[in-house]
Design a binder for this molecule. Structure first.
Ligand code: SF4
Length: 339
């Protein structure tokens, strides 16, 4: 699907007509141009031929159907998006912002797989549209979006923001800014830009280590974005937006999960951010390189943070049976092809 192409084909139509088409595609989630009866037959035929609505993708559903992963096909690669169904009409789509990633975090299969390119805004929107159509069958809608799939969203800032504005638009998806989160590994310049945006988007920071030494080993990008400056940028984001920041922390067995590291993390965050943050302890979807911390270790880590007055949540583990972590589907497919 090519949103730009739709604009091009409809450029001579009156404004109200274009609005009707956008509502049909991005609010009613139609899958066939024939459903847009306000358009002439000739125009529908042209759109069918030049701008098909199909989104080619391979789908994997978890056994309980609460997690659905789509690998959307582009000429030059695949983009992964994941739908997480929490019940009671809460449906989060985790979107990708790039094909592959330049940043090479050690625990991430996307990072190990190289980089193709950044996505443009309509390729990001398309991922949400794919699941909006999927949910329509169940009479449900996409309620939340997290930029936590392949790629670093703040390295594709302009297109990500364009996509967010489109998804937030009342005439299309109408997803509230407060329901949209950007997760970053800590790109300081991007965090500063985000703090100046008028939209109330949520920020999540993937920290994964309580000191620069370990962070540099796990996430090479942190060498140029050291913790003191990073936390300063996040603190000023909190002060400017008055919004709570989520600190993401992957629990990696015997790497970052000791009692001493929990204490260091609490001290670091209390001193660096002060207020309006919470820590999310995430069980890792195991790869060959790392294992997830045992439940008792995670519990101990959590208790130390809580004792120090730090708010902690534990994200529910979604989709283990369908390779839920970012980049894992692409890797699996590659393995299947070569094996
Ligand atoms: S964790 Fe995110 S930033 Fe790091 S390599 Fe993976 S996709 Fe890139």
């Amino acid at each position: 699907m090519d949103i730009k192409k739709i604009q091009e084909i409809l450029k001579d139509e009156p404004k109200f007509r274009i609005k009707q088409v956008y509502q049909a595609v991005f609010a009613k989630f139609i899958e066939n141009w024939d459903e847009v009866t306000v358009l002439s037959l000739a125009l529908r035929e042209k759109l069918k031929a030049e701008c098909p609505l199909e989104i080619p993708a391979e789908i994997l559903e978890s056994a309980d159907k609460n997690t659905v992963k789509a690998a959307i096909d582009y000429d030059d690669g695949k983009v992964e998006a994941v739908l997480m169904r929490h019940g009671e009409n809460r449906n989060t789509v985790c979107v990708s912002s790039q094909i592959g990633c330049l940043l090479g975090c050690e625990f991430c299969l996307t990072g190990q797989g190289g980089f193709e390119r950044s996505l443009n805004f309509y390729e990001i929107v398309e991922q949400v549209l794919f699941f909006a159509r999927y949910l329509k069958k169940y009479n449900e809608r996409v309620s939340n979006i997290v930029f936590m799939g392949m790629g670093e969203p703040l390295m594709n800032y302009e297109e990500v923001m364009k996509a967010i504005r489109f998804l937030n638009d009342k005439e299309t998806f109408n997803i509230g800014a407060r329901k949209i989160s950007i997760s970053t590994v800590g790109i300081i310049d991007g965090i500063k830009k985000l703090a100046a945006e008028p939209l109330q988007i949520n920020l999540a920071l993937s920290l994964h280590a309580p000191d620069d030494e370990l962070r540099n080993q796990l996430m090479p990008v942190s060498k140029n974005n050291p913790l003191p400056s990073l936390l300063k940028a996040v603190k000023s984001y909190i002060e400017r937006t008055n919004r709570k920041v989520m600190i993401e922390y992957l629990m990696l067995d015997k790497i970052n999960d000791s009692s001493a590291q929990a204490q260091r993390l609490a001290d670091l965050l209390k001193a660096g951010l002060g207020r309006l943050f919470m820590v999310n302890l995430i069980s890792y979807n195991e790869t060959q390189k790392f294992k997830t911390s045992p439940a008792a270790v995670i519990n101990n880590f959590k208790k130390i943070l809580e004792r120090e007055g730090v708010e902690v949540v534990q994200r529910f583990k979604f989709g283990r049976d369908i390779e839920g972590a970012c980049g894992q589907l692409a890797k699996q497919r590659a393995k299947n092809k070569t094996g």
